[in-house]
Design a protein around this ligand. Structure first.
Ligand SMILES: NC(=O)c1ccc[n+]([C@@H]2O[C@H](COP(=O)([O-])OP(=O)(O)OC[C@H]3O[C@@H](n4cnc5c(N)ncnc54)[C@H](OP(=O)(O)O)[C@@H]3O)[C@@H](O)[C@H]2O)c1
Length: 321
């Protein structure tokens, strides 16, 4: 494993972090199995993965509880990154919305500490930007108060655009990171965000890239018309349907061909590409089973393979979904 330190922090993270959304058991189909999820988390530890991204929303608390169970006493040694600020309404089909009021942030944090059975959360992130009236400053002050009180060590933001991120950095320069989507198929990070986190090419804010496999699409395992149960969020994800699916197929075929020549899974190529991009600190990758973790960490073998990246560049650059 390789490790990267987030700028201005003592957070030394493995280049690949384990994403816990799917193992929460909601929205990722009918094949999520706690015993297999625990085995996947333990495989991650064996491969040198030292951080785990989770959230109360993931399985409505189940992902955090399962993570604590799988890690056992190691939960005190690894870096757990959780999130605050999302509520859901079970009576409205689990409709989720953000509440960034200081009271909710503090209450959410206490619940996370209880579920994870730890005293301090190493990294607490705001899950989504505010959808109600709480000013950004009030949210940041709540996070600073949690830090002062020893409940968290660092805080970050997820899914913020460049302008509010710049405002947040001005108000709270100790902000540790931004979590944002980035993959060969989803490249909006390259516009204003990259310049905000790495002005003139110098990384000033840590970036945790998520959905690096495009929810599994870039593993190359799906055929031309994948079918998902209604319990799987990919059932209604346009990227798994026409016309977008066909637009991604030439790239996915190229990943299969290059992967088979190098004897690495396409997933490893997709993750390695993200890890090589300027502005990215580390990649979060979701996994449901140990074999997936083993495939995904092979990304690290590919980081310096310049000829491979030259060969793939035209396929990546001509693909837009
Ligand atoms: N901050 C946010 O708002 C936000 C939003 C989204 C995600 N995230 C974080 O980022 C993490 C990763 O994103 P994601 O889980 O949405 O997408 P992802 O990492 O692109 O895809 C993960 C899924 O791909 C499949 N997969 C993984 N490795 C594989 C392999 N080697 N071979 C075959 N299939 C493989 C698994 O699902 P199947 O086996 O079912 O195909 C897995 O659940 C999440 O778990 C979460 O921690 C954060």
């Amino acid at each position: 494993m390789k490790y990267r330190t987030l700028p201005r922090t003592d957070l030394q993270l493995s280049a690949i972090g384990f994403g816990c959304w799917a193992i929460g058991g909601k929205w990722w189909g009918d094949d999520v199995d706690d015993a297999r999820s625990i085995a996947a988390i333990r495989a991650a530890l064996d491969h040198g993965i030292n951080w785990f991204d989770t959230a109360p929303l993931y399985g409505h608390g189940h992902a955090e509880e399962l993570l604590a169970e799988a890690l056992g006493s190691k939960r005190h040694d690894v870096i757990i990154a959780s999130k605050v600020g999302v509520r859901w309404k079970e009576q409205l089909n689990d409709h989720a919305f953000s509440d960034l009021s200081p009271d909710h942030i503090i209450e959410d944090c206490e619940c996370i500490l209880r579920r994870l059975r730890i005293d301090t959360i190493p990294l607490l992130q705001v899950h989504w930007p505010c959808e109600c009236d709480t000013p950004l400053e009030a949210t940041l002050e709540a996070l600073m108060a949690l830090r002062e009180g020893g409940k968290i060590r660092h805080f970050g933001l997820c899914n913020y655009a460049s302008r509010p991120l710049t405002q947040a950095l001005a108000y709270a320069p100790e902000l540790a990171c931004l979590q944002t989507p980035y993959s060969m198929l989803r490249r909006e990070f390259e516009f204003a965000l990259r310049d905000t986190v790495a002005p003139a090419g110098e990384q000033t804010l840590g970036v945790l890239a998520y959905e690096t496999l495009c929810r599994g699409l870039l593993t190359g395992k799906f055929g031309p018309a994948p079918r998902f149960p209604s319990t799987d969020l990919r059932h209604s994800d346009d990227r798994f349907r026409e016309p977008l699916l066909s637009r991604a197929q030439p790239l996915i075929s190229a990943l299969r061909v290059v992967g088979s020549k190098l004897n690495v899974p396409p997933a490893a190529l997709a993750i390695a590409w993200v890890l090589r991009q300027p502005g990215v600190s580390v990649a979060i990758v979701g996994a449901k089973r140990p074999e997936q973790v083993a495939d995904n960490v092979r990304a690290l073998e590919l980081l310096g393979r310049e000829k491979v990246w030259q060969a793939l560049a035209p396929h990546i650059d001509r693909t837009r979904v």
